[in-house]
Structure formats: C-alpha cells, structure tokens
Design a binder for this molecule. Structure first.
Ligand code: BMA
Length: 343
C-alpha cells in the first residue's frame, strides 16, 4: 500500500546481490510484546494518519488465536492493544467466531477492510471494516469452510470487490489461489482459479500449497503480490515467500511468478519457533521504488524484508525466457531469471 509517510527502510547490505533482504533488527515484534501473548506473527500493517496502524495475530498463553489493533509512528516500534478487537455487527447479525488468525488490511474507497481466517465450523474468511482501528464492524463470512488467506484488492473491478483466497481441507494438505467477486462485500461469486501449486521438478518450494500473502499493489508491470508457497519435507511443511504479477485489468491472469523463492527460512527466528521453518507474508508497504514486506516467522514473531522494485524488473528482463519442450509451463533458463511467465 502506497504512503505519504516514509516507510521503514534499510538499504541492501553491501556486497549482497539478493533481490529481497532481511531487516537487520529482525524480529520487529517479539513473541511477548503484550502481556498475554505467547506469539505475535502473520500480521498486517497499513499507512494510517501520520504513521501506521495494524491488525496483529496474537496467540495468548492459552494458545487462543485472536486479532489485536496496534499503532506505530515508524512501522517498527508498535503499541499493540492488550485486548483483542471486539466486533460490532456490520452488514449482518453477529457471526460465531471460535478463533481469528492471519489478518490482512486494505484501504478501499472510504474505509479500511480487514480479512482474516475466521473459525466458523472450520476455518473460513471473516470480513470487517473500520474507519479508525478502534471500532470494527464484522460482515458476512465470504465463503463456506474450509478456506484461508483471504486477501482483498485495493480497488474494485467493474464495480465489484475482488478477493483472493485459498480453498483447502482441514488437514492442510492442498491449496491453490482463487479469485472471487462481490458487489457488496456480502455475496461472493464468479470464482476463478488464479494460481496453482507447481510441478515438483519445476519449482519444489511451492509444490504443496500456495496462498495469497500481501495486499496486491499496482506497478507498471501489473498487480504485484507476495505469496507463500509450501513444500512437504520429511521434517514437515516448509513455508517460503515468492511473488506474482497479475494482469492489471483481469487479476485472475498471472503474468509472471517467481520460480526460485524470494525468501525462505534461513534466519534463526525463521528456523526455530512454535512452528519451525515458516516465512509467511501478510502485508507490504510501498513508497515509490521501495517496498517493505511484513511476514510472520516460525509462527512466533513478526519480521520485515525489503525490496527495490527496479531490481525485480531487471531480474525479469536480463535473461531470455525460453520455452522447454513437453512442459506445461514456460521456464526461465534454470535459475538465471527469477521471473517465470505463465502462459
Ligand atoms: C497455516 C496457517 C498459518 C501458519 C502456517 C504454518 O496453515 O495456520 O497461520 O503460519 O500454517 O504453521
């Protein structure tokens, strides 16, 4: 989300040629940041007033999952409320919510919208709106369970809201990204498949599940969205981060996606925590060429990674893109280019 307030930033470390690099003071938010918390991770931030606001996933020490509002002047030092968000009825009667986790936040037209994974006979997508991050109004769930990772676009398409989501089962065994449209944030339809897991030999880090991560923002190449990809290893799931570019007019079309990951668990706070080996993006702040991505690390803390857009585009164009025979996907020549155009 673009902002007039300077976003938190740090230049790429000297000598590094990574496309995305970690903030050196990670984690930005520690697990015991508020008195009740066991862990704070997979959280969303947006520009707000003369600083930033956020909705944070805090699991308490009974490991009850809930979402909390927070505020910051600089995007790094956060005051997170000690009590969870209490919802008021929005466009429907209050809906049962056994748990809330993995929020995303986006400004659309006149208010902020929050989506999260809402426990309603299994996980589905909860929706609420707020004007001030003090009062929140809960709307209809978008879908039937089981669904997670509902991410709204910041603008309407032909007068309709658009949401990415990841339909799944309760066993975390599969997950592809779909898009759905709604005229009123209540009734969702025209569900279309956007992006599936990849064949193992093509790009194995994203071969078990993929899920939308940050709210997409418009660039000269299309909508840029950071997403998570999962591989099943003999040590369990491993969550990494990639990026996709979706068509500006028809966001159900993927123009490119990254073949190698942009960030995979390697730092100590990503490798070790309540769930090891997790990098899980939920928000991106943009300021011209600069982008700061907030991600949950090891289901325990919030961390930040940084990107310069120009370096994205140049890594796309530097290398010729080739089509290999008998393969479903176009493939860049091995790992020379990070971008992988999808026919
Ligand atoms: C997913 C969600 C995320 C979590 C991830 C790794 O299914 O539950 O909240 O970060 O698993 O445990």
């Amino acid at each position: 989300m673009s902002t007039s307030v300077p976003i938190p930033w740090q230049d790429r470390p000297e000598g590094s040629n990574e496309v995305m690099w970690r903030y050196s003071e990670n984690p930005v938010i520690g697990r015991y940041h508020i008195p009740s918390s066991n862990s704070i991770f997979n959280s969303a931030v947006v520009p707000f007033g003369d600083g930033f606001a956020g909705v944070f996933r805090c699991d308490n020490q009974a490991v009850q999952m809930n979402i909390f509002a927070g505020f910051s002047k600089d995007g790094i030092n956060w005051d997170i409320n000690h009590d969870p968000i209490v919802m008021k009825p929005g466009n429907t009667l209050m809906i049962e919510s056994e748990y809330k986790y993995d929020p995303r936040v986006v400004w659309i037209e006149d208010r902020y919208w929050v989506t999260w994974c809402n426990g309603y006979h299994g996980p589905t997508i909860g929706i609420a709106y707020t004007y001030d991050f003090k009062e929140f109004f809960q709307c209809e769930n978008a879908f039937l369970p089981f669904n997670r990772n509902g991410v709204l676009f910041p603008q309407k398409f032909d007068g309709r809201y658009a949401m990415l989501s990841r339909l799944s089962d309760n066993g975390h065994t599969f997950g592809d990204i779909y898009i759905s449209y709604s005229p009123d944030m209540k009734y969702w339809g025209e569900h279309r498949c956007v992006m599936k897991v990849t064949p193992f030999p093509q790009s194995a880090w994203q071969c078990t599940k993929v899920g939308a991560g940050s709210v997409p923002f418009l660039t000269k190449e299309g909508w840029l969205m950071f997403y998570h990809g999962v591989i099943t290893t003999c040590n369990g799931f491993r969550y990494s981060m990639g990026a996709a570019i979706l068509d500006e007019k028809d966001p159900s079309k993927v123009l490119y996606r990254t073949r190698p990951y942009l960030l995979a668990p390697a730092a100590p706070y990503e490798l070790t925590g309540d769930v090891q080996n997790v990098v899980f993006p939920c928000a991106a702040l943009q300021d011209g060429e600069k982008v700061a991505v907030y991600y949950g690390a090891a289901d325990t803390v919030v961390a930040m990674a940084l990107v310069i857009l120009m370096k994205f585009w140049s890594s796309q164009k530097k290398q010729p893109l080739i089509k290999r025979e008998n393969e479903k996907y176009f493939a860049c020549k091995y790992f020379h280019s990070i971008w992988w155009p999808v026919p």
